[in-house]
Write a protein that binds this ligand. Structure first.
Ligand SMILES: [Zn+2]
Length: 606
């Protein structure tokens, strides 16, 4: 077949060819000619998803070139349908910084001096800084503190009677009993041990794998992906051969380890041994971008109020720590998660722009970045909103709306406003597609950043599946017919919300979901996962949760919990794992620059 037939109008030909390729991993944005239908249609939804989930965009990892292309596509579509730019400097882009990985800077040095010899260790071969090590130098005498555990609750304190202030502490990985589920397990994470050493005044930490441990000796690795907040203390994993000379003249490390296995701490100053550890890690930063377009409402009395319609457009890139195919380095296409929701935003933007009389209030369309890394884009959005936050009356989120099996969609957050039941009932009329999920609107996706600031939300979701967070979440598995119906339903919902005579009231709903992440307790704190130099900033607290009862408020920065200094979310998680339900403890927060100490009683999980 000769495709360049002169009898075919060029645009029609382009559209035909493009649609013929639909379902393949297409590597160019769909031409405008296939996206002209002002209604919400399945082929257009599929076209958006085919491009966003294509190999060329390489999984749209936040801050990556693929995410830039995806963001550009959103901006181009917003412009094409006539939305006003809502980003920085009259553009559609609202940029923000994210840490994307950690690598070695220079210099990184370790030298050890025993009675008899001086050893210089080679970075990456003999030692490797921990990804959450602080940068800087630690110089001083060396103190062996066993497994580095000091827990009165276990009646086990390896720091008892030993001064480590200004010293470099040498700590064994794992636990005295070697049981990964035993009583010491919660105190085994290196981050937790490092916090304890920091609290005791150590200058630096060296971790080793004991010779009697069943685990193989390794140095760990510096991840190229993910944000690893800094603990503020130089720390590294070291091969035990390098530290062996420090034990000369005393019991061997193996003997000490055996004694500890019987419950006897063996902490000691290692003769006149001295260590010098210099760590320089480079935290790689990238710029991520939310993409924002605004459409003016048609009702003069309502148009200075806004309804946000959003979806995240980032995904997992080539895999990494949130992948459910661990160790696999392959494009995670993220067709359902969340090219599908992004396609919904694009179709809704086009629909409302082409039906300018439909929306009463103004609409803000947004593609969030950084969702998979911890709701970073939506947190940024509510911190620096394109319009004053109090003018935003509702938020609609779509995250994974492309894999409906029964044609239905889950609606979550339906109790966050008393207005929602009539809105949903009214819009449901001819659709018959809704199922109710969690009422509170907390958890899982970007709507949480909005509920946390007191904005009612509706969150649409067609459920998880076997391809979730795996490379196999591909465009050919999308049910675009069902998604088109779902997005049409969401258009009806958005239109009704935009025309409510009164702004919808916000109701804070108690969370229904059990706690996540295997924590033994639940506090109901909702951390803001963006970087914060002081501690853990809370974007909100769950209604009726332990934190709310204790008087913790949105905007508080947790700096201490259970007597431990907390510098970041990872440290907070490490301490939370050691918490006991129904036992009162303290939490110290910074509130308007003042330290406030609160009594808090963690609730049991589940
Ligand atoms: Zn995801």
């Amino acid at each position: 077949m000769h495709l360049r037939s002169s009898s075919m109008p060029g645009r029609w030909l382009a559209a035909t060819l493009w649609l013929a390729a639909a379902g393949l991993a297409w590597s160019a944005p769909p031409p405008a000619s296939v996206l002209r239908n002002p209604e919400i249609t399945a082929p257009e939804i599929q076209a958006h998803i085919n491009y966003l989930a294509s190999d060329e965009l390489r999984g749209r990892m936040t801050g990556s070139p693929g995410a830039r292309l995806a963001g550009q596509y959103l901006a181009d579509r917003f412009r094409a349908v006539g939305l006003k730019p809502g980003g920085r400097g009259r553009s559609y882009f609202a940029p923000f910084g994210v840490v994307t990985g950690v690598k070695l800077g220079a210099p990184n040095r370790l030298s050890l001096r025993s009675e008899s010899e001086t050893t210089t260790a080679e970075v990456s071969k003999d030692f490797l800084p921990l990804p959450f090590s602080g940068n800087g130098e630690a110089r001083g005498g060396v103190v062996f503190v066993g497994y580095g555990i000091a827990e009165p609750s276990l009646d086990y304190d390896e720091y008892a009677g030993i001064n480590v202030r200004g010293k470099v502490v040498l700590i064994l990985r794992y636990t005295p009993d070697g049981d990964p589920h035993g009583k010491f397990a919660n105190f085994a994470p290196l981050r937790y041990k490092l916090m304890t050493a920091r609290a005791k005044g150590a200058a630096g930490v060296l971790f080793i794998t004991g010779p009697a441990s069943e685990r193989e000796e390794n140095l760990g690795k510096l991840p190229a992906e993910g944000s690893f907040s800094n603990s503020g203390l130089p720390a590294a994993i070291v091969k035990r051969a390098v530290v062996a000379p420090l034990f000369a003249g005393g019991p061997s490390l193996r003997d000490l380890q055996t004694l500890m296995a019987h419950g006897q701490p063996q902490s000691r100053r290692l003769g006149r041994a001295r260590a010098e550890l210099v760590v320089n890690l480079a935290r790689e930063k990238a710029r991520a971008r939310n993409v924002i377009g605004i459409l003016r409402g048609s009702v003069a009395r309502l148009r200075n109020q806004y309804v946000v319609i959003g979806a995240h457009y980032d995904h997992l890139g080539m895999g990494g720590r949130y992948s459910l195919a661990p160790g696999v380095k392959a494009i995670h296409h993220g067709a359902d998660d969340n090219a599908s929701g992004t396609a919904g935003v694009l179709e809704l933007a086009q629909y409302f722009a082409r039906h300018p009389e439909a929306a009463g209030r103004s609409l803000i369309f947004v593609g969030f970045s950084g969702e998979e890394e911890g709701l970073l884009g939506s947190a940024q959005f509510v911190k620096k909103p394109p319009v004053p936050l109090k003018r935003i009356v509702a938020m609609i989120n779509m995250d994974m709306v492309g894999r409906s099996r029964d044609g239905k969609v889950l609606v979550l957050g339906y109790k966050t406003s008393p207005a929602w039941s009539s809105v949903l009932k009214g819009a449901e009329g001819s659709f018959h597609i809704t199922k109710k999920g969690d009422a509170s609107g907390f958890g899982g996706s970007d709507q949480q950043s909005f509920t946390a600031t007191g904005i009612p939300v509706l969150f649409f979701f067609t459920g998880v599946h076997a391809d979730y967070h795996r490379p196999s979440d591909t465009a050919d598995k999308i049910n675009s017919k069902a998604e088109a119906r779902i997005v049409r339903f969401i258009a009806a919902v958005a239109q009704r919300i935009s025309r409510l005579p009164e702004r919808p009231q916000f109701v804070k709903v108690a969370e229904e979901r059990p706690s996540v992440g295997g924590f033994p307790v639940r506090l109901g704190t909702i951390p803001d996962y963006s970087e914060n130099p002081d501690g853990v900033r809370l974007s909100g607290v769950a209604k009726g949760g332990a934190a709310e009862r204790a008087g913790v408020q949105a905007g508080d920065v947790i700096v201490e919990f259970m007597g431990k200094r907390i510098r970041n979310v990872e440290e907070y998680s490490a301490v939370l794992r050691t918490a006991k339900p129904n036992v009162e403890t303290t939490m110290v927060v910074l509130r308007n620059g003042r330290r406030v100490t609160l009594k808090i009683t963690p609730a049991p999980a589940g």
